[in-house]
Design a protein around this ligand. Structure first.
Ligand SMILES: NC(=O)c1ccc[n+]([C@@H]2O[C@H](COP(=O)([O-])OP(=O)(O)OC[C@H]3O[C@@H](n4cnc5c(N)ncnc54)[C@H](OP(=O)(O)O)[C@@H]3O)[C@@H](O)[C@H]2O)c1
Length: 288
């Protein structure tokens, strides 16, 4: 029986992925760890623990994902996202395991005017992107059989995210200001988890982009969340990233080209608006 280890299993994507893996890989043993089981910042402990269970596949989702937090705490960002990933990569290499690493659209600077290909040169604008890119480089350096999946703008039932935050704010305020100068594709964790599962089934290697299709701005996404949730009394005001004044710079355009995923798995990620409708109707009670 093959053993699949998921690190970061209690995070937003991790919980959805555990569900999918447990149903699609019923002949494999799926083990989920999070920070309580192992802090990836601790090199020796991480390597010893992973080596002890000798997994065939290591799926590494654990990260310091607070983008503005990373900007203010560079040391922690690199310690978790870069060095932590190196420790997991070293362990995977010792076990001769395949390693799957989740990365981000924020490895790109957003200067391109068309969707980013896997082969485009990364150039992160913020510490989070830099630390995740370093993580990618460690995976490529240390692990023979690796798969890097870049995704973006995640939301789902198992974590605080843009959708829950817009709905919460809308309960308290008559007006919401949302940035209108960043373009990407909101991605539902359930759809991404399915894509990851397909890529594992096909034993895919290298870099893949995976996100829901049909790019939009955060402003358009925010308006759709409210409209589909039947919230009509809140005014949404488009603002610039400069006006919002967040510590970390974001790429103005970070759309991911997912053609390679379609070509190699036959999987087309549905438009974000369909995925959002599905999410809002499935989790209506949880979100109200
Ligand atoms: N969220 C997005 O929009 C987005 C976009 C692109 C790529 N990604 C990537 O996708 C992956 C999953 O993202 P997500 O949104 O599901 O993240 P998440 O909800 O923040 O989950 C990450 C998990 O990792 C854990 N963790 C943090 N530091 C750790 C450490 N030192 N050792 C072990 N575990 C640790 C976290 O625990 P605590 O909660 O206790 O810290 C959390 O359970 C990440 O690699 C992220 O970089 C996310």
């Amino acid at each position: 029986m093959r053993r699949i280890l998921v690190i970061g299993a209690k995070g937003m994507l991790g919980r959805d992925l555990m569900g999918i893996l447990n149903s699609s890989f019923s002949n494999e043993e799926v083990i989920g760890w999070d920070i309580e089981e192992m802090d990836i910042q601790k090199e020796d402990e991480s390597i010893t623990r992973i080596e002890k269970i000798r997994p065939e596949i290591v799926i590494h989702l654990a990260a310091y994902t607070d983008v503005d937090g990373c900007e203010l705490n560079k040391e922690k960002a690199f310690s978790v996202n870069a060095e932590g990933t190196k420790h997991v990569a070293l362990a995977a290499s010792k076990c001769r395991a395949k390693m799957i690493y989740l990365s981000t659209d924020y490895v790109f600077d957003g200067d391109k005017k068309e969707p980013y290909l896997e082969s485009d040169s990364p150039h992160p604008l913020n510490v989070y992107g830099l630390s995740k890119l370093k993580g990618e480089q460690y995976v490529q350096e240390w692990v023979k059989d690796s798969l890097i999946i870049r995704t973006q703008w995640l939301y789902g039932p198992f974590g605080k995210n843009f959708v829950t935050s817009v709905l919460q704010q809308a309960r308290k305020r008559a007006e919401l200001s949302i940035v209108n100068d960043q373009i990407g594709s909101p991605t539902y964790t359930a759809d991404l988890a399915r894509a990851i599962s397909e890529l594992i089934q096909l034993d895919a290697r290298g870099i893949f982009h995976a996100a829901n299709s049909d790019p939009c701005t955060w402003y358009a996404f925010g308006e759709a969340i409210l409209k589909l949730s039947g919230v009509n009394q809140v005014r949404v005001i488009p603002i610039s990233s400069k006006e919002l004044g967040r510590p970390a710079a974001r790429p103005p355009y970070s759309v991911l080209n997912c053609q390679k995923l379609k070509r190699e798995t036959g999987l087309t990620m549905r438009p974000w608006s369909e995925a959002l409708k599905d999410y809002l109707s499935t989790y209506r009670q949880l979100l109200s």
